[in-house]
Design a protein around this ligand. Structure first.
Ligand code: CU
Length: 193
């Protein structure tokens, strides 16, 4: 019982730390020389029932319940896989906005407001992710930036889990392409002026 309480406290502390961090950055927005922040949201409509039943080996809480599944605002795992395979992926899985123009030095802050983890990975050219069933035609070919999945530390570092945010700093002037290495149709462009 004591152990559980400690864990809960720890979890609370982590969440609280995350919030404080986000606030501190918010204060820097537009003040003097502090860099501005441009926000990107990662969205999905995962259906907790079907996702968590199929992905129970990853802890059972893979898909958090944010999608109002009871009212039909959710995509089941089989529908998601079917759409991805046939090349008409669910548009509810998305980065918003699709394109962003920012000044050099701006922090691009990606917030995962969906129910699933995503990655926000910079790529040379958009292409397939590391989970074949979510690629068109279930292709096993993977673009280099996503290769190896989370076993590749470079990919793991671009992960954004549910309810958290990832800050991308130091983007050079020019065009940058980002995509999710899990759901490869989640794509966006950041143009740095
Ligand atoms: Cu994703």
């Amino acid at each position: 019982m004591k152990k559980v309480a400690t864990l809960t406290l720890l979890a609370g502390a982590v969440i609280f730390a995350g919030v404080t961090h986000a606030r501190a950055q918010g204060d820097g927005n537009g003040n003097g020389n502090s860099p501005g922040i441009a926000q990107v949201v990662a969205l999905d409509e995962c259906d907790p029932q079907s996702f968590n039943a199929a992905l129970s080996e990853s802890g059972g809480g893979f898909c958090h319940n944010v999608s109002l599944a009871a009212f039909g605002y959710a995509t089941t795992l089989s529908d998601l896989l079917m759409g991805a395979e046939t090349g008409s992926p669910d548009p509810g899985w998305d980065f918003e906005p699709d394109q962003l123009t920012v000044k050099e030095g701006t922090i691009v802050s990606v917030v995962d407001q969906g129910g699933e983890p995503h990655t926000f990975t910079e790529v040379k050219a958009f292409g397939n992710g590391f989970l074949a069933p979510l690629n068109p035609g279930s292709s096993t070919s993977v673009i280099p930036e996503c290769n190896g999945g989370f076993k590749n530390i470079a990919v793991a570092r671009t992960r954004v889990v549910q309810g958290s945010h990832l800050d991308v700093i130091g983007l050079s002037k020019g065009k940058h392409l980002f995509q999710c290495c899990i759901h490869p149709w989640m794509r966006m462009e950041v143009d740095v002026k």
